[in-house]
Structures are given as structure tokens and as C-alpha cells.
Design a protein around this ligand. Structure first.
Ligand code: ATP
Ligand code: MG
Length: 398
């Protein structure tokens, strides 16, 4: 058994000692076989949630209606889910009924892809009912069972296929790919937040070009907000060969840049995708920097307005397009700004009201803004005396 699972082993043992079955399942098994780092350990068990709670002192009901209970053990949480089958799927998204069962094979059968349907026993034995190990070796993403049926049951699985193609740099098996092409329209039934999670993981995977290529040729893009008529523009992404996207802000900035959206269009587009307001703000800050990098005329004011994080993120996006400048140079340029935020200005509204007799209101804001721009551009020293003198000048000029 790989060392990573050692601390979780006593948890499986205690469930087994109580007379139930328990296995490590899903992504953690797949990634371990691949030799990739794993981020969380999921456990599947024949014990019902109430039975798990009777065995362990410290548990949290994280999704008890789906059979998921988190076991807390020595400061680590283990998501433990009762074996279950799903039936119904009337609306192409969530099963009408979740039924707890006592058999592992029933549970593995309802999983999406063969590589995700592996179970690992406490003694190190891998349970592989669908040839997942072989598909892992062949780098194949293959639906468990009939792809057509599986995508009918849950259309999100189609997005998961293309995101795993990117994440793992795997190929989607032929019939599975055909199944996606035939059912792509069902993606329209899925909540956009859930599509977004998979799309973001696709963009941040090992081989986004492969994932995007599948996303485009299967037609899935047609059922995503703001992308339906953008095939030509999106295919430009397949020509980018230097993907190094490090976070979701960068990921969305690439899409928005590729689509050629302006700031207002970007807001609308991202709102359709139901991203957070914070993400929208971050991406909007990056756009002017990306444009100035492209035009090879990066200004102090642009750096100032964006702030350090957006500047770095923008350069990372610009790298994809060959518009970036060396990170070190960018850092120096940023650090050379006379002030990094409006708060560092040597005067504030209060000072100007007191010392220059300006009334609170729009004019005051305008003057402060003008002073900030002059200081950032290096035309005015950031000290109170010079700034107040400048205000007198502005007042005279009206
Ligand atoms: P990651 O490393 O990205 O978390 P993962 O394989 O753990 O990958 P999760 O979304 O965390 O992916 O799901 C955990 C497991 O649950 C999957 O490996 C799969 O077995 C199963 N699963 C998740 N979503 C679905 C789905 N829509 N249909 C069928 N099985 C699913
Ligand atoms: Mg997971």
C-alpha cells in the first residue's frame, strides 16, 4: 500500500473490524497508480451513514443524504460514502433516487470512467472490474458501460471527460467520444456552476489544448454560456503552445482575450458563467495590462491601476501569446512605481478640505485622481507641500 494511505489505514480497519467493507476509491486510487500527487482520500463503504457514525466518535455530516460522512481522525478528514446505486435520471442531471447498497460492484458500476472506477483495499489489492488499470496504462478515458446511456443519465460526465483529457493528458476512447458528440446538447440541462468547475479544471490541466480540442470537436462548447457561436475564435486556442495557467483568474483571462471581449463584455460573459465578483474584478484588472503588453507600451499608470497580482497574472497570460516581458523586468517596473496605491498619496480628501478649502464632492474626487495620476507618472513628487501647491494651481485654472 502506498505510503500516502498509511495514516488512513486504521480508518478502513476500524470499519472492517465492525463487520463492513471499506475501500479507497476514485481519484486517489487513479492518481496513485499514475504516480501523481493526490489531494484527498475518498473512502467507499458498505456501512450506512448511521453505522459509520456509530463506529467513530468524531464525524461531520457533509452530505448525509447522498451517504457521505466525514470521519475526523488525527486532524485529517476522510470523506466516506456508502456504496450506492443511482436510478431515475429523469432530468439528465441528478438521479431521482440514491439507493444505498451493500455491494462494491454496484457502486463501481455507477462511476463515470473506468479509470475512476478502481477501488483499493486496505491490504493493497486493487479491485478493477472494468479494466481501469489497462486504460490507465493506455492513457484512455472510457465510459463505464454504454457511453450513450451514461451521458443520458448525467450529462455533466461529458464535460468531465474533456477535463480529464486535459488534466491527465489522456485520449478519450472512440465510442466515448462518439457518445459525447451525440449527446452534447444535453449539457444544456446542467447547472452552469457545475460546467464551470470542469471547464476551469480543463484550462488548468496538463494538456489544455487536447481538452479544448475535444471540447470543440464534440460540440460541447455550443452549450456553454457565451461560446455557442465562437468556434473560429476558440479554435485559435489550439494554436497556443505555451500553456502555463496557474489559477482561475488567468484561465478566464485567456478565454476573454481569445474572444476579444472588452471590459463590459467581459463582465457580462463572466456573469453568465456565474463566476464570483472577485474573479470578475481580477480579470477586468488584467485586461488593460494584457493589451498594453501586446502593444509593447506598458505604462506606469496601467501597472498602478491593475495592482501587483493582476500585473503578474496578466504577464502569465501574455506569455501564451508571446506578448510577455521577463517576470523580473516586470517586477522591477512595478516596484519602481512612486506609489502602489491611492492610500500612499501624501494628501487625502481630509487634507484638501482643510488646507485647500475644497468642498467634499465630485470635484474633490477629481482632483485627488488627477494628483494620483501625476504622481504615478512621475510628474509630481509625492509630498504634501508639492501636492497642495498643485491643487492651488488646479483651482486657479478652474
Ligand atoms: P479530482 O482529482 O479532480 O478530484 P476525482 O476523480 O477525484 O478527480 P471527483 O469529482 O472528486 O473526481 O469525483 C470523485 C469520484 O466520484 C470520481 O473518481 C468518480 O468515480 C465519481 N464521480 C464523480 N462525479 C461523477 C459523475 N458525474 N458520474 C459518475 N461518477 C462520478
Ligand atoms: Mg476528488
Amino acid at each position: 500500500l502506498p505510503a500516502i494511505f498509511e495514516p488512513a489505514r486504521p480508518v478502513l480497519q476500524r470499519i472492517e473490524d465492525a463487520g463492513y467493507e471499506a475501500y479507497f476509491v476514485g481519484g486517489c486510487v487513479r492518481d496513485t497508480v499514475l504516480g501523481d500527487p493526490i489531494h484527498d482520500i475518498d473512502i467507499a463503504t458498505s456501512a450506512y451513514p448511521s453505522e459509520i457514525k456509530a463506529i467513530f466518535d468524531r464525524t461531520v455530516d457533509t452530505g448525509i443524504e447522498h451517504g457521505t460522512v466525514m470521519i475526523l481522525d488525527h486532524g485529517t478528514g476522510y470523506e466516506t460514502t456508502t456504496f450506492r446505486t443511482e436510478s431515475g435520471y429523469q432530468d439528465f442531471r441528478r438521479p431521482d433516487n440514491v439507493t444505498f447498497v451493500r455491494s462494491l460492484s454496484e457502486d463501481l458500476k455507477r462511476r463515470d470512467f473506468t479509470i475512476n472506477a478502481l477501488a483499493l483495499k486496505e491490504n493493497g489489492e486493487v479491485i478493477d472490474l472494468f479494466n481501469g488499470l489497462e486504460d490507465l496504462k493506455k492513457h484512455l478515458i472510457k465510459a463505464v458501460g454504454n457511453p450513450n446511456e451514461r451521458f443520458h443519465e448525467d450529462a455533466l460526465r461529458m464535460m468531465r471527460a474533456v477535463r480529464f483529457a486535459s488534466k491527465l493528458d489522456f485520449v478519450i476512447a472512440t465510442e466515448t467520444l462518439t457518445g459525447i458528440k451525440q449527446n452534447a446538447d444535453l449539457l444544456g440541462k446542467i447547472a452552469v456552476e457545475r460546467i464551470r468547475v470542469e471547464f476551469e479544471k480543463l484550462l488548468m490541466g496538463q494538456n489544455p489544448v487536447a481538452g479544448l480540442s475535444d471540447f470543440l470537436r464534440t460540440g460541447l462548447y455550443r452549450y456553454c454560456p457565451g461560446l455557442a457561436n465562437r468556434y473560429d475564435s476558440l479554435s485559435g486556442l489550439l494554436l497556443l503552445n505555451n500553456w502555463q495557467i496557474q489559477n482561475v483568474d488567468q484561465a478566464w483571462a485567456v478565454i476573454v482575450t481569445q474572444l476579444g471581449l472588452n471590459v463590459q463584455e467581459t463582465s457580462n460573459f463572466l456573469r453568465q458563467w456565474k463566476t464570483s465578483n472577485e474573479l470578475i474584478t481580477n480579470v477586468k484588472r488584467m485586461l488593460p495590462v494584457i493589451q498594453e503588453l501586446k502593444a509593447q507600451k506598458l505604462s506606469a499608470l496601467c501597472l498602478f491601476n491593475a495592482g501587483e497580482k493582476a500585473v503578474q497574472d496578466a504577464n502569465q497570460v501574455a506569455k501564451l501569446y508571446g506578448w510577455s516581458i521577463p517576470d523580473e523586468q516586470l517586477k522591477e517596473q512595478y516596484n519602481a512605481l512612486p506609489i502602489k496605491s491611492g492610500k500612499e498619496l501624501a494628501v487625502n480628501g481630509g487634507t484638501l478640505i482643510k488646507e485647500s478649502g475644497i468642498k467634499p464632492g465630485r470635484l474633490l474626487g477629481k482632483i485627488l485622481n488627477q494628483l494620483t495620476v501625476e504622481v504615478v507618472n512621475g510628474n509630481l513628487a509625492n509630498n504634501k507641500g508639492d501636492l497642495v501647491t498643485e491643487v492651488e494651481k488646479i483651482k486657479k485654472e478652474g
